[in-house]
Design a protein around this ligand. Structure first.
Ligand SMILES: C[S@@+](CC[C@H](N)C(=O)[O-])C[C@H]1O[C@@H](n2cnc3c(N)ncnc32)[C@H](O)[C@@H]1O
Length: 253
């Protein structure tokens, strides 16, 4: 049966690759490399350089997949579902055409495949649609872990929870029940709307890459600097990936 490895590759530093990920890479016949356009071409290049650096036998093939844009208008969940459907068709077609019956394919996933990534949902969808496919997931170092490591902080406060969420959700307000909130996928800088609350922020962009930027402090004091840094960096590089952690300055309040 065809097999697919879904391999977490870390978030920008090739040294994030685990021994398990490198072992899996070396069993692969075909790499399926998603291309999300110029914004993410730097990420595609990292995937290719990881293959070149860690694979000992160069007999593998690579197949590009042009990822379609998600329709951002209308209902969010319906838009994501429709996008996953189109991605499943694309991936299913490539897996069937490019992977021999007993060959091994791989999708290299940014960070960890379990955190805000659609690959596992797409593969489950393909299997539900009847595609005979075995798959195995190799965990990777996520942007959440790298953010905490670079700021040299623990994610949780003592005895408190940690919520992973998106900028879209945070725009509704800081969730009161959460001790710490880690925010990914924030294109609207939702943190800027919370500056009247007594919060600390730990922010990082391009983590693990040569362009890495870190800032931290009281949200009200560093918010404008982060907004300006983010805008300038995005203009300079043509894309940005940033993540941040927010928590109450005084956890007893
Ligand atoms: C689609 S999610 C993928 C998350 C990924 N699976 C992980 O484990 O980190 C993309 C978001 O992850 C965060 N991210 C990923 N790589 C990053 C990096 N190198 N620096 C800062 N944030 C990053 C950003 O919030 C970005 O919007």
């Amino acid at each position: 049966m065809r097999k697919i490895f879904v391999i977490g590759i870390g978030v920008g530093d090739p040294d994030h690759m685990t021994m398990q990920a490198i072992r899996a890479l070396n069993q692969v016949d075909v790499f399926f490399i998603p291309d999300k356009g110029s914004e993410k071409s730097a990420l595609r290049d990292l995937r290719i350089s990881i293959c070149e650096r860690f694979i000992e036998n160069a007999g593998y093939r690579t197949v590009g997949i042009d990822v379609p844009q998600r329709n951002a208008s209308g209902d969010y969940l319906a838009g994501v579902d429709d996008w996953h459907g189109r991605l499943a068709e694309l991936y299913g077609d490539r897996f069937e055409r490019e992977l021999g019956d007993n060959e091994v394919g791989a999708v290299l996933v940014w960070g960890d495949p379990a955190i805000y990534d659609s690959t596992l949902r797409i593969i489950e969808r393909l299997r539900a649609n009847g595609l005979a496919l075995e798959f195995e997931v190799i965990p990777g170092i996520s942007s959440v872990q790298v953010l905490a490591a670079k700021h040299r902080i623990a994610l949780n406060q003592i005895g408190e929870g940690v919520l992973l969420t998106t900028g879209r959700k945070l725009a509704d307000g800081f969730p009161n029940e959460a001790g710490t909130v880690v925010v990914l996928l924030d294109g609207v800088q939702a943190f800027a709307g919370l500056a009247d609350q007594d919060l600390d922020i730990f922010w990082g962009a391009y983590l693990g890459t040569e362009h890495e930027i870190l800032r931290s402090g009281k949200l009200a004091e560093v918010k404008d600097e982060i907004v300006a840094l983010r805008k300038a960096a995005r203009e300079r590089h043509g894309w940005i990936m940033d993540i941040y952690l927010l928590r109450r300055s005084d956890p007893r309040k």
